[in-house]
Structures are given as structure tokens and as C-alpha cells.
Design a protein around this ligand. Structure first.
Ligand SMILES: [Zn+2]
Ligand SMILES: [Zn+2]
Length: 50
């Protein structure tokens, strides 16, 4: 098993393949729901206001 690879479906939209694992909430998310600048999923990135 490759621990660095994310498998499965995005847990936010459940429509696209997951590409990243959020270090905050642990969810696997697709490119659309990954905030590269924040290094977290879109939900976690939004939760923290600036
Ligand atoms: Zn998604
Ligand atoms: Zn998250």
C-alpha cells in the first residue's frame, strides 16, 4: 500500500476522484475541493477567515 496516494472519491462532492488528504479533517478531496495555498481542503480553508 502506498500511504502517500489518496484513493477513493472526494468526500465533499462525492463526484470526483480524491487527489489530496486534508491534514486537518482527514477527508479525501478532489482537486476542486483542495486549497493548495492553505494546504487543506476547501471546507477547512473556508472555516478559517483570513
Ligand atoms: Zn470534490
Ligand atoms: Zn479539511
Amino acid at each position: 500500500m502506498d500511504s502517500m496516494s489518496v484513493t477513493g472519491i472526494c468526500q465533499v462532492c462525492e463526484a470526483a476522484p480524491a487527489r489530496h488528504a486534508c491534514p486537518r479533517c482527514g477527508r479525501a478531496v478532489c482537486e476542486d475541493h483542495w486549497n493548495d495555498a492553505a494546504g487543506a481542503c476547501a471546507a477547512c480553508a473556508q472555516g478559517r477567515q483570513q
